[in-house]
Design a protein around this ligand. Sequence first.
Ligand SMILES: *[C@@H]1O[C@H](CO)[C@@H](O)[C@H](O)[C@H]1NC(C)=O
Length: 284
Amino acid sequence: MGTSSFHQSLLISMAVLATMVGAAIGGNFYHDFDLTWGGQRAKIFGGGQLLSLSLDKTSGSGFQSKKEYLFGRIDMQLKLVAGNSAGTVTAYYVLSSQGATHDEIDFEFLGNVSGDPYILHTNVFTQGKGNREQQFYLWFDPTKNFHTYSIIWKPQHITFLVDNTPIRVFNNAENRGVPFPKNQAMRLYSSLWNADDWATRGGLVKADWSKAPFTAYYRNFQVTPVSSSRSRSSGGAFASGDWQSNALDANSRRRLRWVQRNFMIYNYCTDLKRFPQGLPTECK
Ligand SMILES: *[C@@H]1O[C@H](CO)[C@@H](O)[C@H](O)[C@H]1NC(C)=O
């Protein structure tokens, strides 16, 4: 075998391996998503294993899943716009068909000037009603590496996770009259856009277009259905099969408290000024 054909077969086996690994850990962006906004600013590359969105002065960009999901766990790894990302918003959310009674579960990453922290903004809409914001700083720089952002959507609760640490739980409070998303399937969407009228320090800091294009990266998308059987392994991490359980285990509850104590910067559930008539029912 000559050197070049050896290289060739090595390349081929690496490609086959990459495809197999890709299939094992996540989907393929070509199969799972449509690039829907921003023309060439949205790109799939690396054989379908990577996706990037860019924002320049003219436009942002976005993509959406081909499929709709009704319950499940959705994981995606994101590496956010690095450097001076002030004014940019990277939104990553699931949404039912749009309309007055839509359901929606949101992650939004509000950029910042170099060295200042991003804000992770979350919200839950049920039957068209949102106003359920919680905001967090992250305990790492989300622009240096990929991190996993997950939504667990089950009939009992919605859990937001960052690197398998639960940061927010929205419990089903239908028995107290609060609608819960459970009848409308949702699609996954993501977009990168200019929101410098409000995003960074409430709109005080504008996007620096001399640094454009701004780019965010995506990989390892995965959707896991909620298992119908109630049996599961015990002793594992929330990361493995245990998220299927209906209650957070002790370790996950401890992590959730740690995040909420140290990194939560806004919680609608404690904003009495905003809700002078009383806090929303699900907060009690
Ligand atoms: C940006 O940094 C400032 C200063 O540290 C901080 O007050 C703000 O919360 C940060 N995030 C955003 C999105 O403005």
